[in-house]
Design a protein around this ligand. Structure first.
Ligand code: UDX
Length: 475
C-alpha cells in the first residue's frame, strides 16, 4: 500500500495515572476527529482497569484508526502505585519501561499494513526518557503536561530556588515569601511550593524527579499544556522563555465536547474512570435546590487519616450546607466503621455519599454551587469551565501551587491548605456557599465565559490545536 496517502500515525503515551490518562484520552479523540491514526499506549495495570470500569472500547469503535497498545510498567500487578509507591513506579518506568518502549517502537508491531510507521510521539514530559528513545529511533517527540502551567513553571525554577538558597529550608516558617520564581514574586510563599519542597532534603526522591524538568522539557519539538491562555497567560509567557513552541489547547475535556457537539451527531458521554461511577447521585442532585450543594472530592490518589475524615464530616454537617461527598474505598487510612449518630443524622438530612461520581456531570449540574477539592489539575479545570467556585484542600505535588492560584491570583475560591479543623471547614463552607456566594459566583462566571471563548473558532485553544495538527502533518 502506498503509505504516503495514509494519515499521520501518532503514538500517545500518558503517565499511567487516572488524571493524566483521563486528559490524554481526550487529546487522542481530538486527533482521531482530525483523521489521524492513533496508537494509545497504556500500562497493563491501567488497561485491566479501563476494561473493567470505562466505555473505552465502545467509545473508540467509531475511529478505525485508533488502537490501544499495552506495555508493562515493570511492577507486579498488585503493586499499590499510589501514596509512597508512586516513586517506585517512576523509577520502574525510567529503568524497565524505557527498554520495553524502545523495543516496541523498533519491533515493527505498530506499523501494520493499514497504517504508516509512527510519525510522531506525544508523551508525558515527566517521562524524560521517552525523548532519549525517540531520538535513538529518529521519531519526532512532542511532550505533553497534564499539570498546570503555574506548577510546571515552579518545577522549571527548582534549580533557581536551590541556587538562591531558598531551597532547601529547615525552619518551619512556611509563610516566608519565595522570591526567585519570576512572575510569582509578589504572592508565593514556601507553603505554596509543591509538597515535596517541605522535606528539607535536597535528596528527596520527588525533588530529584522534578529537578531536571527545565533541561528535559525544552528538548522536545514542542510542549502541549492542558490549560488556556486567559487563565495562565503571564506564567505561559515565562515558560516560553525555555520552551518557545507551546500548544495550550485546554481544557481538553471540554475542547473535545465542543468539537463533538460541532462535528458529530452522537456525542457519547466519556468515562475513562478507573472506578465504577455511582450515578444515583445525579438523581439525588435533581431534587436539590439550585446552587445549594457543595460537591466534595479529593481525586484518585489522595488519602486521609480517620481524624481528618471526622473533621470534614463535622465541618460539612455543621455548616448546614447540602453536600455530595465522594469517599473512594481506599481513601481513608485506619478507618473503622462506627460513625457518631449526629453525623449520620446530619447526612441523612442534607448529604449524599458515593464511592465514585460522574464528576464532569456533577459539576455541570445546576444544584452544585461549590466544590471542595484537593486541587488536582483535572478537577480544577473541570470546575473552572463549569463556573463552580472552589474550596481548596491540597494533598500533595502540584496541588499546593494550584490552590494558591485559585485563591490568590484567579480569586475563584478559598485556599484552605494546611488546616483540617471542623470549625474552619464549617466557616469556609458557609463563606463560599453563603456569605461571599455572589462574589465568587460572578468571578467564576467570568472565567467560565473566557474558557468557552478560547474553545470556539478563533479562540486561543482552538487555534493552537489547528497548529498542532498542521505541524504533525508537516512532519
Ligand atoms: C493526579 C494528581 O493527584 C493531580 O495533582 C494532578 O494534577 C493530576 O494527576 P488526581 O489526584 O486523580 O490527579 O486528580 P485530578 O487531576 O483532579 O483527576 C481526577 C479525575 O478523576 C478528574 O478528571 C475527575 O473528573 C475524575 N473523578 C474524580 C471522577 O470521575 N469521579 C470522582 O468521583 C472523582
Amino acid at each position: 500500500m502506498d503509505q504516503s496517502t495514509l494519515p499521520p500515525h501518532v503514538l500517545i503515551f500518558p503517565l499511567p495515572l487516572q488524571g493524566p490518562v483521563n486528559s490524554m484520552f481526550k487529546l487522542a479523540e481530538l486527533l482521531c476527529l482530525s483523521g489521524f491514526h492513533i496508537t494509545f499506549l497504556v500500562t497493563d495495570h491501567i488497561h485491566t482497569r479501563l476494561l473493567k470500569y470505562s466505555n473505552i472500547q465502545s467509545r473508540f469503535e467509531r475511529y478505525p484508526g485508533f488502537q490501544l497498545e499495552t506495555i508493562s510498567d515493570g511492577l507486579p500487578e498488585d503493586h499499590p502505585r499510589s501514596g509512597n509507591g508512586l516513586m517506585e513506579m517512576f523509577d520502574s518506568l525510567k529503568t524497565k519501561n524505557k527498554i520495553l518502549f524502545k523495543d516496541l517502537l523498533t519491533s515493527g508491531k505498530l506499523n501494520l499494513d493499514s497504517r504508516r510507521p509512527v510519525t510522531c510521539i506525544i508523551a508525558d514530559g515527566i517521562m524524560g526518557y521517552t525523548c532519549d528513545v525517540a531520538n535513538d529511533v529518529g521519531i519526532p517527540i512532542i511532550f505533553v503536561r497534564t499539570i498546570s502551567a503555574c506548577c510546571l513553571w515552579v518545577f522549571f525554577c527548582l534549580p533557581k530556588l536551590i541556587e538562591s538558597g531558598e531551597l532547601p529550608f529547615s525552619d518551619n516558617d512556611l509563610d516566608t515569601p519565595i522570591k526567585s520564581i519570576p512572575g510569582m514574586e509578589s504572592f508565593f510563599r514556601r507553603r505554596d511550593l509543591p509538597s515535596f519542597c517541605r522535606s528539607g532534603n535536597l535528596w528527596d526522591p520527588s525533588l530529584q524527579l522534578y529537578l531536571p524538568e527545565s533541561t528535559e522539557n525544552p528538548r522536545a519539538y514542542g510542549l502541549i499544556i492542558n490549560t488556556f491562555d486567559d487563565l495562565e497567560g503571564p506564567i505561559l509567557a515565562q515558560i516560553r522563555t525555555l520552551c518557545p513552541n507551546l500548544y495550550t489547547i485546554g481544557p481538553l475535556h471540554s475542547h473535545l465536547k465542543y468539537k463533538l457537539s460541532v462535528d458529530s451527531s452522537s456525542p457519547l458521554t466519556s468515562s475513562n474512570s478507573l472506578w465504577k461511577e455511582d450515578t444515583s447521585c445525579i438523581t439525588w442532585l435533581d431534587s436539590q435546590p439550585s446552587k445549594s450543594v457543595i460537591y466534595v472530592s479529593f481525586g484518585s490518589l489522595a488519602v486521609m487519616t480517620k481524624e481528618q475524615y471526622m473533621e470534614f464530616w463535622y465541618g460539612l454537617v455543621n455548616s448546614g450546607s447540602r453536600f455530595l461527598w465522594v469517599i473512594r474505598p481506599d481513601s481513608v487510612t485506619n478507618n473503622s466503621s462506627e460513625i457518631p449518630l449526629e453525623l449520620s443524622e446530619g447526612t441523612k438530612e442534607r448529604g449524599y455519599i458515593v464511592e465514585w461520581a460522574p464528576q464532569e456531570e456533577v459539576l455541570a449540574h445546576n444544584a452544585v454551587g461549590g466544590f471542595l477539592t484537593h486541587s488536582g489539575w483535572n478537577s480544577t479545570l473541570e470546575s473552572v469551565i463549569e463556573g463552580v467556585p472552589m474550596i481548596c484542600w491540597p494533598y500533595f505535588l502540584d496541588q499546593q501551587v494550584n490552590s494558591r492560584f485559585v485563591g490568590e491570583v484567579w480569586k475563584l475560591g478559598l485556599d484552605m491548605k494546611d488546616t483540617c479543623d471542623r470549625l474552619i471547614i464549617e466557616k469556609t463552607v458557609r463563606e463560599l456557599m453563603d456569605g461571599r456566594k455572589d462574589e465568587f459566583m460572578n468571578r467564576a462566571d467570568q472565567m467560565k465565559k473566557l474558557a468557552k471563548q478560547c474553545l470556539s473558532e478563533g479562540g486561543s485553544s482552538y487555534c493552537n490545536l489547528e497548529r498542532l495538527i498542521k505541524d504533525i502533518k508537516d512532519m
